[in-house]
Ligand binder design. Structure first.
Ligand SMILES: Cc1cc2nc3c(=O)[nH]c(=O)nc-3n(C[C@H](O)[C@H](O)[C@H](O)COP(=O)(O)OP(=O)(O)OC[C@H]3O[C@@H](n4cnc5c(N)ncnc54)[C@H](O)[C@@H]3O)c2cc1C
Length: 382
């Protein structure tokens, strides 16, 4: 039977769920507080330079999930794009992720792969037997010099605390490649939607059974009259922050323009602690098939998220996890609402994972309907 479904947020999460439900014959309404669709993946052309700008920070599509790759290619042509990140540290420019070029340049050597592996092993601090903190883990893996140049300052700026206060689990694997591969993402499929992410999401939403209402902030009373709600806003926000706020980092983007080529690449990190920003992104390099005289760049600063800021990165340390547990418990007590996406489940999610989870959630919902079972508050483990 046709259901009336309300979805909160016009980012990838609810666009994909909405599309799947509309295709299954249900009537879908999507609300977003912003004046545009696309969520944080929103892109728009700069009026002066015509450069495609990633308004809420740079987004590169990369995945190993073939179904997700086929899904996004249904709604947009994808252009090849390989993310080759650079970093400025101690007055020089290096290639990231740390690879053989970075190691040879940094130490002034000409090592081959196995020599470099042995060299890095000799740098590692083997006195640390059971690393507990990010700093210990990094020292254990790569030693003091690489840690201080490439991890310490950047991490401090990104998370607003010392790497001695962060868990070792953040750095799970040896963050070094012993070859010259500087492709930031080790995924089979990588690319950029030719006309940006917003037209791609517009394509997903383009279905006769989907209505989108922008500039509309959801309040719980709006759920009346709907059979089910999918909510991709902040989990704590759904409950009016009554137990307190889940901690996030927010970003400030300082926009500037330049005639010509400002930095010669899309992403330049700044590892030194004294430089207050974490990176500069030059947006025209995300569309290398286009040609523009002018350039639009963002200097990116990270700081604690306040009540009026956009929540970007969930912190998820001990304190936040305990508050999260309480909100999850409350969410499970709410009838006919499913919490989805990066904000609804308080996790960092890449776009491909967001789409995978949205497809699985929509299918799970349809299966529950068919079986006459109550739909859960979460289809994923938060
Ligand atoms: C700086 C940054 C860079 C990133 N780069 C990449 C990358 O390179 N590659 C990659 O794969 N992923 C990247 N991501 C992740 C990507 O942004 C997410 O995967 C994606 O945005 C998740 O989509 P979503 O729909 O869950 O959430 P969002 O895109 O955040 O959408 C949620 C929407 O809900 C709306 N909303 C919230 N509350 C309400 C309310 N009460 N009422 C109405 N509307 C509401 C918001 O306005 C928003 O539009 C990056 C993330 C960040 C923060």
């Amino acid at each position: 039977m046709n259901k009336l479904v309300l979805l909160i947020g016009a980012g990838f999460s609810c666009a994909v769920i909405g599309r799947e439900l509309a295709e299954a014959g249900h009537t879908v309404t999507i609300l977003d507080a912003r004046d545009h669709i696309g969520g944080n993946c929103h892109t728009e052309r700069d009026a002066d330079t015509n450069v495609m700008v990633h308004v809420y920070g740079p987004h590169i599509f990369h995945t190993d999930d073939e179904e997700v790759w086929r899904y996004v290619n249904r709604f947009s042509t994808f252009k090849p794009f390989v993310n080759r990140v650079k970093t400025t540290a101690k007055g020089q420019v290096f290639s990231l992720p740390i690879n053989l070029h970075t190691i040879n340049q940094f130490f002034g050597k000409a090592l081959r792969p196995e020599e470099a592996r042995a060299f890095i092993e000799a740098q590692a601090d083997t006195s640390i037997e059971n690393p507990q903190t990010f700093e210990e883990q990094a020292l254990r893996f790569v030693g003091k010099d690489l840690y201080e140049a490439f991890f310490k300052g950047y991490t401090q700026k990104q998370w607003g605390c010392s790497p001695t206060e962060l868990p070792a689990s953040i750095l799970k694997r040896l963050p070094v490649r012993f070859n010259y591969d500087d492709n930031y993402f080790a995924h089979r499929f990588q690319g950029m939607p030719e006309n940006g992410y917003t037209p791609l999401i517009e394509g997903i939403l383009d279905h006769p059974k989907i209505t989108v209402r922008l500039n509309t902030r959801f309040t719980r009373d709006m759920a009346a009259g709907y059979d089910h709600v999918f909510y991709s806003g902040p989990l704590d926000g759904f409950f009016d922050y009554e137990l307190g706020r889940l901690g996030y980092r927010t970003l400030d983007f300082e926009r500037f323009t330049h005639e010509g080529d400002y930095q010669g690449c899309a992403v330049m990190n700044y590892g030194d602690e004294q430089v207050p920003f974490t990176r500069i992104t030059e947006h025209k390099h995300f569309s290398p098939w286009e040609s523009h005289e002018g350039s639009v760049c963002y200097r990116e600063y990270s700081r604690a998220c306040g009540a009026d800021d956009i929540p970007y990165y969930p912190i998820r340390l001990v304190k936040e996890k305990s508050l999260l547990e309480q909100y999850v418990k409350k969410a499970r007590e709410v009838d006919k609402v499913t919490f989805v996406g990066r904000l609804g489940t308080y996790r960092y999610l890449d776009m491909d994972v967001t789409i995978r989870e949205a497809l699985d959630t929509a299918r799970g919902f349809l299966n529950h309907l068919e079986a006459g079972k109550a739909v859960p508050a979460f289809f994923v483990d938060v």
